[in-house]
Design a binder for this molecule. Structure first.
Ligand code: XMP
Ligand code: MG
Length: 183
């Protein structure tokens, strides 16, 4: 993809790489303090959370185990269906663990509320959420979120792990996708 394509495909950069890095350091320090002495497990939600997980886990000073779950509620469109499918389950037994779900974005909240319910039934000591991005005005269900990076408007965004039809994940910033790309 050429640089000129990237420029015409996005309308606005919402969060820069530098802002993300600073925020991850800040939240990592909070998480270190909040989970001191606890059996913490980070669970990344594939595929959107790959960049957040990679950078956030390395912002932590202590070694923390991580696992991954792949769910899908989207297909190739831009709206959550609310029907969640497990594509890849966890490899870890959650009994006694303090789980911190690492998410790229909370949009309608439907995916996370389903995940929280699902994890609650697996014997975890606690299940909490860290979402890099949240769209407060798009919420269909309210999801308790312990750590939030940035509240953003309801526009469809890409970059830093977030895709449209598997593209744009390797953009370094979070940017608004131009409507002409998906309409
Ligand atoms: P819900 O609506 O269930 O959505 O909270 C959760 C998942 O949907 C994806 N999502 C997006 N992906 N740009 C994206 O690239 C967006 O603006 C966007 N909004 C939601 C994402 O995978 C999230 O975990
Ligand atoms: Mg996601």
């Amino acid at each position: 993809m050429r640089a000129t394509d990237i420029e015409s495909d996005i309308t606005e950069v919402l969060v820069t790489e530098e802002q993300i890095r600073d925020k991850l350091d800040e939240i990592a320090a909070q998480v270190e303090a909040d989970y001191a002495g606890k059996d913490l497990l980070l669970v990344g939600v594939l595929k959107g959370a790959i960049m957040v997980m990679a950078d956030f886990s390395r912002s932590l000073k202590s070694l923390v185990p991580m696992d991954w779950m792949a769910v899908s509620s989207y297909g190739a469109g831009t709206k959550s269906s609310g029907v969640v499918q497990i594509r890849k389950d966890l490899d870890t037994d959650l009994h006694g663990k303090h789980v911190l779900i690492v998410e790229d974005i909370i949009d309608s909240g439907l995916t996370l509320s389903w995940l929280l319910e699902n994890f609650a039934s697996r014997g975890a000591e606690a299940v909490d959420v860290f979402a890099l991005l949240r769209k407060p005005e798009a919420a269909k269900v309210v999801v308790p979120c312990k750590y939030v990076g940035f509240d953003i408007p309801t526009d469809f965004v890409v970059g830093y792990g977030l895709d449209y039809a598997e593209k744009y994940r390797n953009l370094r910033d979070v940017a608004v996708l131009a409507p002409h790309v998906y309409s």
